[in-house]
Design a protein around this ligand. Structure first.
Ligand SMILES: Nc1nc2c(ncn2[C@@H]2O[C@H](COP(=O)(O)OP(=O)(O)OP(=O)(O)O)[C@@H](O)[C@H]2O)c(=O)[nH]1
Length: 297
């Protein structure tokens, strides 16, 4: 949320800067060309067509990059550096082009041209560095969002199934957890309180689980845990602990949240979707046997 707000502000700032930079760019190049033509005489001897052509092509390329930058969705800092860089670079290249056809003062050819071009390149490089940094952080942010549940900020279904698929070889345990009567919680205490319960439960469980486990929200009020190994007593202890933790979330006086849990252990050669299916069947039994309990498949 914060990130996109920040991007929106940057976009607005860029929208105000863009006409300024475009105007300064056009006016600068126009002034250089017109003042040159006005003040300095044409070279009386031969004009080197090749020199004019290559300088004109170089200038056109940098002008094209400037136009691309004006249309791109960049952060303000990257945009300003790139625009200043390309403006200075274009000014240097314009002097370079004009000295092929007009007699210009020596100091411009020796100093101004090169200083402008070098400063322009430096600003452009820095702007590119900032742009690449921005793209990298956007990419990291998107990759994180792709595998994170938006509400609880734990892993989502996609990540959980991908992880299971990749970790098939060794034995593991699956726990499927479903909040009991969640529809009633929503109906009686409101959808916001329902959301809050999902967040609180996720946070409590995330703190209680071992570091090598994977905890995800599969959707709605259903969660899953992947535990490496198939230690039955350990799975039972953990299930008991998860049942107790749910009861620490109070809904009203003498009324707490409860969950039901289905547990399955991977059998040799069994596909991950079969392991999940058995955990789901165990969860179904836990629900049908009165809820607030765990069942092992
Ligand atoms: N607040 C909130 N509610 C959700 C969300 N996702 C799904 N739900 C609600 O969760 C409820 C799930 O209801 P059911 O599938 O009937 O399950 P239940 O009421 O928990 O019943 P049992 O599982 O049989 O104990 C539905 O009313 C959904 O609208 C969410 O992100 N936030």
């Amino acid at each position: 949320m914060k990130y996109s707000d920040n991007k929106l502000q940057q976009q607005t700032a860029k929208n105000t800067l863009q006409p300024v930079f475009s105007a300064v760019f056009v006016v600068t190049l126009f002034l250089i060309v017109t003042s040159y033509i006005y003040f300095y005489p044409e070279l009386d001897n031969s004009i080197f067509f090749n020199g004019v052509l290559t300088d004109a092509i170089n200038l056109l390329i940098v002008v094209a990059i400037f136009i691309i930058v004006q249309r791109a969705n960049l952060s303000v800092f990257a945009y300003v550096n790139l625009s200043i860089g390309l403006l200075l670079w274009s000014a240097g290249l314009t002097f370079d082009l004009l000295d092929e056809v007009l007699i210009q003062p020596l100091f411009i050819g020796i100093y101004v041209e090169d200083v402008l071009r070098t400063a322009g390149m430096l600003f452009t490089c820095y702007g590119l560095k900032l742009t690449i940094g921005d793209l990298t952080s956007v990419q990291q942010q998107l990759s994180k969002e792709l595998i994170t549940d938006y509400l609880t900020q734990i892993a989502n279904r996609q990540f959980f199934y991908q992880y299971m698929q990749k970790n098939q070889s060794a034995p593991y345990t699956i726990l499927l957890i479903d909040i009991d009567f969640f529809k009633v919680i929503n109906d009686q205490f409101g959808h916001d309180r329902g959301d809050q319960v999902l967040i609180e439960l996720s946070s409590l469980y995330a703190k209680a689980l071992p570091n090598n486990s994977v905890f995800a929200r599969l959707g709605g009020e259903e969660f899953a845990i992947y535990l490496p190994g198939d230690d039955r007593p350990k799975a039972c202890d953990l299930s008991e602990q998860l049942l107790s933790l749910a009861h620490t979330i109070e809904l009203a006086a003498n009324r707490t949240v409860s969950v039901s849990i289905g547990v399955s252990f991977k059998a040799p050669g069994e596909a991950f979707n079969e392991v999940v299916k058995r955990a789901d069947q165990a969860l179904y039994k836990a629900k049908n046997s009165g809820r607030s309990q765990y069942y092992i498949a």
